[in-house]
Design a protein around this ligand. Structure first.
Ligand code: MN
Length: 285
């Protein structure tokens, strides 16, 4: 199933080229609050998923092309992120890298991005006013947690995934010797975490390693890789994060970027496409 947020706060299910409005199936208290509404659906998917399947044919439909899509998850408890998780990306930043090349990706662990930095296609990316700084795109597979848990073993980890989406991890780079702010700050500016265009539920993607992951700026292909090249795979990332803190339904894990990261400026158009998920187009202001 493909789940989206459209018209700012409506919950939609996408089939072919139309969107069915399933907002009526969310408890009244959560309607109008897309983050709470989607978190409710994810947390209660065993029943809410069934209810949606039963009710969907009788609910109102609109053409997909007529709606504005926002981030399908916009109020996760956590956004975890893997640094340096593709071999060819390691080293390409030269002195701007903060990850130590002598450590394995597994030893690096994870960092956090503020959930408030999430944005979607309808809102796009707004760069902050920071003279002389470079802002880079990073093309990543987003993992959305369904069933939470602590100390989840790798062998069971994929059964904890609710679904997948595309994620651009916008980053203000360090300038060695002058500006070396913390990573979580440099990635947490408002609109620096676009997610979308929708969530594809995990039943449609039983194996998240093996998906092409591509990103274009103004139509020029900048990043092209396959999730099979991840150093720490999705199941191991879930094992790693849940060994530190309990994962909750709706939590997001940004799984790391391949090589080809580079700057974006106001006026650019960034497009990310991950196989079996779809393409998200973002305007940069
Ligand atoms: Mn990243």
């Amino acid at each position: 199933m493909r789940l989206c947020i459209f018209a700012k706060s409506r919950i939609g299910v996408i089939s072919d080229l139309s969107v069915t409005d399933v907002s009526a199936l969310v408890p009244e208290a959560y309607r109008g609050d897309p983050g709470m509404a989607m978190n409710f659906l994810i947390r209660n998917w065993a029943s809410s998923g069934l209810e949606i399947s039963r009710a969907i044919s009788a609910l109102p439909k609109v053409p997909l092309a007529s709606v504005q899509l926002s981030a399908p998850v916009c109020a996760p408890g956590h956004v975890f992120a893997a640094p340096a998780n593709y071999q060819k990306h390691i080293g390409e930043l030269g002195p701007r890298a903060v990850t130590k090349t002598t450590r394995t990706a597994r030893e690096q662990g994870f960092f956090l991005i503020a959930p408030g930095s999430i944005t979607g296609m309808a809102e796009g990316i707004t760069l902050p006013d920071r003279a002389g700084r470079r802002f880079d795109h990073e093309s990543e597979l987003a993992v959305i947690i369904g069933k939470g848990g602590k100390n989840i073993p790798r062998s069971k980890a994929l059964s904890h995934v609710f679904g997948y989406s595309c994620l651009v991890d916008l980053t203000m780079r360090i300038e060695p010797g002058t500006h070396e702010e913390e990573r979580s700050m440099r990635k947490s500016f408002a609109t620096f975490t676009p997610i979308g265009p929708w969530i594809v539920t995990a039943d449609e993607i039983p194996q998240p390693q093996g998906l092409s992951n591509r990103l274009w700026v103004n139509g020029q292909l900048k990043q092209q890789a396959n999730t099979a090249e991840m150093i720490v795979a999705v199941d191991e990332l879930i094992e790693l994060v849940s060994s530190v803190i309990e994962l909750s339904p709706g939590d997001v894990i940004a799984s790391g970027t391949p090589e080809g990261v580079g700057p974006v400026v106001g006026g650019d158009c960034v497009e990310i496409e991950i196989e079996k998920i779809g393409r998200m187009t973002l305007q940069v202001r």
